[in-house]
Design a protein around this ligand. Sequence first.
Ligand code: ZN
Ligand code: ZN
Length: 317
Amino acid sequence: MRVWLATGFAALLSLAFVITRGDAQPNTLRQIAPGVWFREGDLQQGHCNNVIIEMKDYLIVVDANFPSGARAVLADAKRVSSKPVKYVFDTHHHGDHLYGNAVWTQIGAVTIAYQGVADELKRYEPARWQASMKERKDVADMKRNAPEPPKQTFTDTPHVISDGTRRVEFRFYGWAHTRGDGMVYLPKEHVLCSGDAAVNGPYNFTGDGNIGNWPKVLDGALKLNVEHVLPGHGPAGSREVLVGQRAFMIELRNAVQSAMKKGKKLDDLVTKQNGKQIASLKLPDSVKNWVGDDFASQVKDAYNEIATGKPAGDLPH
Ligand SMILES: [Zn+2]
Ligand SMILES: [Zn+2]
């Protein structure tokens, strides 16, 4: 999801969420497998989802969340286990997944990410952090000028943590939502935490992404033995979340490409109505779960990718 969600936009998203998704359960823990809990983030507060994984002597948390989200996750982790949080895995560099890093390191946890996350921070920060400070009290209250980068990074994938009770694999399949997209795979439990490379609902931000490469990244993930997909936003699901998110990116790109072949320009595909950008394209109903408020900007990103031959995230934005 977008990094610096304005409060009004976040509230709007959240409303859409409540109306369209009866299965949403923000701020609750759900046990997915013994010692593995999924916590659905509160979109109204801009929070991402989190996963808590219990090891023999400690906990691993997937995503640092925003600072206020980090504190909420920590409180929930304490309700289910007395073990300390040892590792926090940042799935990517966006604020809703990483800006809480310093909250976790202050309690002694080690933040860890794929090297691409640290590289993305160098590209986009501290500008986004400073914009976020103006919109979010929890970020401003951290009294920092920039986000805290992950303390540990890895380049060889999978990066494995195993203690005899459980095996946790940090994996990288390429550039989809960001250049740093990391996923967490639990081979025994058949669980995949997909970050924002696959979300369950219309929550994807393609501005830092690579729409053309996105399906290949999810092809990699689909080769794993996955039963439970725990996405960066939206409810927990099955492999269908990966399949559907992949299909959405393909349908999006194909629809834009065939319109361009008919001579359509960006101004024909995205128009402004009452100050809001509206896309004139329609995708098949099979991917409607992923079509929402960000659709016009996704059409624009796909158009620019095709027009320039470069990933959206490589273009000025
Ligand atoms: Zn997100
Ligand atoms: Zn994101």
